[in-house]
Ligand binder design. Structure first.
Ligand code: DOR
Ligand code: ZN
Ligand code: ZN
Length: 416
């Protein structure tokens, strides 16, 4: 079946020199490597706009090689690395360190630079200089810019530099280091909670700053019904706001925390069924633009103690299967919308070229088996870390091959 817009999946694809030469039904030339894709679905390579690679500084959790291999295993051909490394990526030298390494990695690795010096949220970096060094976005992810005035300056400078600003929305006076969602579960566990208000108040602030000053803003990892409502109505008024959510927010809920297993802890936390449904509805109606993982590796030792473990879950290898199983299989969205959410929209937000699967386009795509059901086994992950909240769950949509720059960078039968 061919996609009416020519951007999703096609019959045969001929690749040469990293570029799609021909699509349709044809007899392949001799002397080419053939992949039998019968029964598989071909999607544009996934673009994960929210990944923590931990290099430099915490390479026991992940590094650029292990992270990009995990990406390839998940059908992800391009990713954006967040700047909360140690030290933070807040200088041109730090950005160049990543961009120099990029060419030798199996997938395309882009870098977001820190918005503020040392991610301290006080003094802004020079965004134009960071862009010239190769950064394609700015963000203090892991933290918000706590001051609305600094946020306004950040959006002004980001627009002037031509970089998207990616906002981690959290009002510290409300979230107060909460370990789980505030409510029944935080009461049962007797731990501090991070309620919906801690996220929504900051989303409302950022949307207001964007609206009043006609500036674009991108909201990271939307997890609450209220955030979704604020963004939906802002979009209806023409505010230049985009947003992403992660597979765990439309698949899992806070009751998993009763297990006292830190692999279910991330920031923002898993919410209620009502929030999960609101996020799902926002994906369906277009309020949510993109799906991103917030892949945040932490070692088993760090995740061992529920109360002191750092926030974060891995997700590169499960992005496609969880999204396919939760969104496409039950009919909430079409495969074409999945391609938009995972590839076209993030490319547009990050101002990366997107051409889909058609002659002249870079050969970046993934081939997956929609009927292959598999169980998530953390120990088989290509990531250095094991902290997946989907462990033991079954999903459809196993990635069989990932092709990036015209090369097979993942083949489920032969390890790459
Ligand atoms: O869960 C999270 N982990 N949320 C963030 O904002 C930061 C991230 C990390 O770096 O571990
Ligand atoms: Zn964040
Ligand atoms: Zn993050």
């Amino acid at each position: 079946m061919a996609d009416p817009s020519g951007s999703c999946f096609v019959e045969d694809i001929l690749i040469q020199d990293g570029i799609v030469q021909k699509t349709g039904l044809f007899t392949p030339p001799k002397n080419v490597l053939k992949i039998n894709a019968g029964g598989l679905v071909c999607l544009p390579g996934l673009v994960d706009m929210h990944v923590h690679l931990r290099e430099p500084g915490q390479t026991h959790k992940e590094d650029m090689v292990s992270g990009s291999r995990a990406a390839a295993a998940g059908g992800v051909t391009a990713l954006l690395a967040m700047p909360n490394t140690i030290p933070p990526c807040d200088s041109p030298e730090a950005v160049r360190f990543v961009t120099r390494r990029g060419a030798s990695l199996p997938v395309r690795v882009y870098q977001a630079a820190a918005a503020s010096k040392g991610l301290a949220g006080e003094q802004l970096n020079d965004f134009s200089v960071l862009k010239a060094a190769g950064a394609i976005a700015v963000s203090d992810d892991g933290r918000p810019l706590p001051d609305a005035g600094i946020m306004k300056q950040a959006l002004i400078h980001a627009k002037a530099a031509g970089l998207p600003f990616l906002s981690h929305c959290e009002d510290f006076s409300l979230s107060r280091g909460g370990l789980v969602n505030e409510g029944e579960i935080s009461r049962i566990l007797n731990v501090p909670g991070f309620g919906n208000d801690g996220e929504a108040v900051c989303v409302a602030r950022d949307v207001a700053v964007a609206e009043c000053n006609s500036l674009p803003v991108h909201i990271c990892h939307v997890s609450t019904a209220e955030s979704v409502n604020i963004i939906r109505s802002a979009k209806a008024r023409g505010v230049s706001v985009t947003c992403e959510t992660a597979p765990h927010y439309f698949t899992l809920t806070e009751d998993l925390l009763l297990s006292r297993d830190a692999d279910y802890r991330m920031n923002p936390p898993l919410r209620t069924r009502r929030d999960m449904k609101a996020v799902l509805a926002a994906i369906t109606d277009g309020t949510i633009d993109a799906l991103a993982t917030d892949h945040a590796p932490h070692s088993p030792a760090e995740k061992a103690d529920f109360f002191s473990a750092p926030n974060g879950v891995i997700g590169l290898e499960t992005l496609l299967a969880v999204s396919y199983t939760r969104l496409v299989k039950p009919g909430h969205i079409t495969l074409w919308r999945l391609a938009e959410l995972t590839s076209q929209a993030p490319s547009k937000i990050l101002r990366l070229p997107f051409a889909g699967i058609k002659p002249g386009a870079p050969a970046d795509f993934c081939l997956f088996d929609p009927d292959w059901e598999f169980t998530v086994e953390p120990e088989k992950s290509r990531s250095k870390s094991r902290n997946t909240p989907f462990k033991g769950m079954t999903f459809f949509g196993k990635v069989k091959y990932t092709i990036c720059r015209g090369k097979v960078v993942f083949d489920s039968e032969h390890k790459f």
